[in-house]
Design a binder for this molecule. Structure first.
Ligand code: CS2
Ligand code: MG
Length: 404
């Protein structure tokens, strides 16, 4: 038995807010888990500190599945982003410990490598098409084989996915209150095919091109956009409609062959069961840090494999390097891997998170260190106090709230 003797929550803000769980065993082995939920960080920190960490003390760190069931079923109030992010942090920390005790990288505990590397996509963006094309060129020059393209929309002051002034990595959360952005679907629907067509026109079809709609269309609008984009051969069209309406994807599917991806806002297999079993999507984007950790993510991916749905995990900058590393271990090991999002992390994150994953020719690899291969510098973390930030809220021209 390897007894858990301590479980501590670190809230730090090196470049943006991160919540990290530290689990310590009686043999002095430490495991790390990412508990960051963008815009609701302190909710997860409190859930862990008040209702989870005390229950971990004295338990066997090796009993990952038992602890997962204990925290999931024992909460009674099931699922939800806060609960499942907290459970995920515990789960990932325990896999980190198990790997360190076994002297093996976590992917080896998951059945070993099913591939040599993890194909990633980078985030190209621009305030307009010209800026976007320059950014796509930078990613292709750096050897990326897959690039997501997002651009400002003529007629809209702001839109999703465009880094703010001075931002090296796109961070949507800002201010101690949610920023309210204006959204108008019509100009976006007219512009998106032109924008993505310009990318293909300039760079051709020799790389994977992705685009994120970010939950903003109706099923009919999404079907139309998907059809309009078919000549541009997207790798995927992401979050076309609000993800929780799984049935709506039947309508989108009827109108387009453009591949569909959804799932970063999901936190359990129940959120995507219909999407997978009815083959309404091509990629499931659930993340290791919001969908219950490695243990539950593997269940989702195993279900997806049965229906030919491939993985495409969320990997934005608000998922910490601990989370990205855990994702890479899962990505390396699953048979139905599709692609991994890799937005990178704004400095000074690397002062706090010491990682060992590597990027080469458009592929990431988690490395061979025991466990996850990430260590957290607590002294450095103390230099970056929590900085309250909220995700934006979208309002239509008539003032009503729209999906952000
Ligand atoms: C986006 C994210 O990476 C993505 O695909 O949807 O940037 C998302 O907006 C953020 O993770 C929200 O915190
Ligand atoms: Mg997205």
């Amino acid at each position: 038995m390897t007894k858990i003797i301590a479980a501590d929550v670190l809230v730090t803000a090196p470049g943006r807010n991160y919540v990290t769980l530290k689990v310590t065993t009686d043999e002095g082995v430490v495991g790390w888990g990412d508990a960051t939920l963008n815009g609701r960080e302190l909710a997860v920190a409190a859930y862990l500190r008040e209702h989870v960490c005390p229950l971990l003390i004295g338990r066997d760190a090796h009993r990952i599945e038992d602890l997962w069931q204990y925290l999931y079923k024992g909460a009674y109030w099931r699922r939800g982003p806060v609960t499942m992010t907290a459970i995920a942090a515990v789960d990932v920390a325990l896999w980190d410990i198990k790997g360190k005790l076994a002297g093996l990288p976590v992917y080896q505990l998951l059945g070993g490598a099913a591939r040599d590397g993890v194909l990633v996509y980078g985030h190209a963006s621009g305030g307009d098409v010209a800026e976007l094309l320059d950014d796509v060129a930078r990613y292709l020059d750096r050897g990326y084989l897959a690039v997501r393209a997002q651009s400002g929309v003529p007629g809209l002051d702001k839109t999703y996915g465009i880094p703010g002034a001075g931002q090296t990595v796109y961070e949507p959360a800002s201010g101690a209150r949610p920023h309210e952005d204006l959204w108008d679907t019509a100009p976006y629907l007219r512009f998106a095919p032109e924008m993505l067509g310009a990318v293909r026109e300039r760079f051709g079809f020799g790389f994977h091109l992705l685009h994120d709609v970010h939950h903003r269309l109706s099923p009919a609008e999404a079907g139309r956009l998907g059809r309009d984009l078919e000549p541009h051969r997207l790798f995927w069209l992401e979050d076309p409609t609000p993800a929780e309406d799984q049935e709506a994807f039947r309508l989108v599917r009827q109108h387009t062959t453009t591949p569909l991806a959804v799932g970063e806002v999901f936190n359990s297999v129940w959120d995507c069961r219909q999407l997978i079993t009815e083959r309404l999507i091509d990629y499931i984007r659930t993340s290791v840090s919001h969908a219950g950790g490695i243990t539950h993510l593997r269940r989702i991916f195993a279900l997806a494999e049965l229906y030919g749905v491939r993985t495409g995990s969320h990997g934005a900058g608000d998922l910490s390097p601990v989370s990205l590393s855990a994702a890479l271990h899962v990505d390396l090991s699953v048979p139905n891997f599709g692609i991994q999002e890799y937005m990178g992390h704004a400095e000074p994150a690397s002062e706090v998170f010491h990682t060992s994953y590597t990027l080469s020719q458009g592929y990431l690899h988690p490395g061979e260190l025991p466990g996850l291969g990430v260590e957290v510098d607590e002294a450095a973390a103390a230099n970056f106090p929590y900085d309250p930030k909220y995700l934006p809220v979208n309002r239509r021209r008539d003032g009503s709230v729209h999906d952000w």
